[in-house]
Design a binder for this molecule. Structure first.
Ligand SMILES: NC(=O)C1=CN([C@@H]2O[C@H](COP(=O)(O)OP(=O)(O)OC[C@H]3O[C@@H](n4cnc5c(N)ncnc54)[C@H](O)[C@@H]3O)[C@@H](O)[C@H]2O)C=CC1
Ligand SMILES: O=C(CO)COP(=O)(O)O
Length: 337
């Protein structure tokens, strides 16, 4: 049984919007928090002003100890929360591997695929730190902007070891954030990575002015792709129908906060590349990075992913938006499944 040790800090690795919101939530629940920042200037500013100048700057981080040295953040911690952009998750795992014990619980909140090897983030982290039974993944409709003002939300936390999932459920749940336990980390991981691609498609659809019906068709048929892929990889249908699946897909595809959605809209309006958009907005568009590895995975498993394929063609400018829409609508008529 993994139990909470109220006297030891929780290490949060990553101080973007979500890491900032989660640190605030944990402080509200009374935990000690060590926050690792990629940017040393952000760490300095948080320690001096109790606010993160780069992300959610209104969020009160009083009592959070910030550092840009990973080993310092995880020293003597009771558990580790990894919440960097997906491209930095393996580096984060490498940074903590030799400092934490082989029993320290770790949860991944980042949503994406390991870009170097195309693995689930869970598998990439386990490869670096070992002991799969202490590594969990958490995913759900969790826009940081809303969490950081205490607005109601929920999520699913999954681990091969239920007691570790329960530990994070108890650690992270509070009056406004309700966490459910699952034993399907593969399903949770794939839902989190792939809903971002569908959110880009919905953003493009909104930007093109195709209307609410079209967005709803994309969400529903996008879910069909997520279910096919998750099941082919060993994930469960029930996970896809839960908070990490339908819950997050719906939130991301309809929310004005979604970076993936906003990028899709900007792409439709002005054809901006992911690289330029990320530089301009200073935030990650995870769906654009997960796209290739997800399509490779689909190919390996023999799973059809027509919407995701079309997002790739669009972002590569192999087709126009009108051609993409006509291509999807012109597919052979079939049964709903
Ligand atoms: N923002 C949100 O509402 C939510 C985000 N997530 C996931 O959390 C992860 C992090 O997202 P955000 O906090 O929104 O990020 P963000 O887009 O707000 O910020 C990115 C952060 O990454 C840092 N960074 C840049 N290069 C880095 C590197 N090499 N190593 C480590 N950090 C680096 C930047 O300084 C910044 O702190 C993503 O996978 C995202 O999908 C999940 C749920 C909600
Ligand atoms: O995962 C998220 C909400 O649950 C955040 O989505 P975006 O990365 O599209 O902003």
């Amino acid at each position: 049984m993994t139990s909470i040790d109220a006297s030891a800090p929780v290490a949060v690795i990553g101080a973007g919007s979500f890491g900032t919101a989660v640190s605030w939530m944990l402080r509200q629940s009374g935990y000690e928090v060590n926050l690792w920042c990629y940017d040393p200037d952000d760490a300095r500013a948080i320690n001096e002003t109790a606010h993160n100048p780069s992300f959610l700057s209104d969020c009160d981080l009083a009592g959070v100890r910030a550092t840009s040295v990973v080993a310092e953040a995880v020293k003597n911690c009771q558990s580790v929360i990894i919440v960097t952009p997906s491209f930095a998750v393996v580096d984060a795992a490498l940074g903590i591997a030799d400092v934490i014990s082989s029993e320290t619980p770790v949860v991944i909140l980042s949503k994406g695929i390991d870009l170097s090897g195309g693995k689930l983030l869970l598998d990439a982290v386990v490869e670096e730190i070992g002991n799969r039974d202490r590594v969990a993944v958490l995913s759900g409709p969790n826009h940081a902007e809303e969490l950081s003002r205490g607005a109601y939300a929920g999520a699913t936390v999954a681990c091969s070891n239920e007691s570790v999932a329960e530990y994070f459920q108890n650690l992270i749940s509070n009056d406004f954030f309700r966490v459910y336990v699952s034993n399907d980390p593969v399903g949770v991981s794939l839902c989190g990575a792939s809903k971002n691609v569908i959110a880009i498609a919905c953003g493009i659809t909104r930007g093109a002015g195709f209307g609410d019906n079209a967005v709803s068709v994309l969400i529903t048929r996008g879910l069909a792709e997520i279910v096919r892929l998750a099941e082919a990889c060993g994930g469960k249908l029930s996970t896809c129908m839960g908070l990490a699946g339908v819950g997050d897909l719906n939130a991301t595809c309809n929310s004005l906060h979604s970076r993936n959605g906003m990028y899709g809209e900007a792409f439709a309006r002005e054809g901006v590349s992911v690289e330029d958009y990320e530089k301009r907005r200073h935030m990650v568009v995870e769906g654009a990075h997960a796209l290739e590895p997800l399509l490779r995975l689909g190919h390996e498993k023999g799973v059809e992913l027509p919407i995701m394929e079309m997002v790739k063609k669009l972002l590569n400018k192999d087709v126009t938006i009108e051609e993409a829409a006509a291509g999807l609508m012109g597919r052979e008529l079939t049964k709903e499944r």
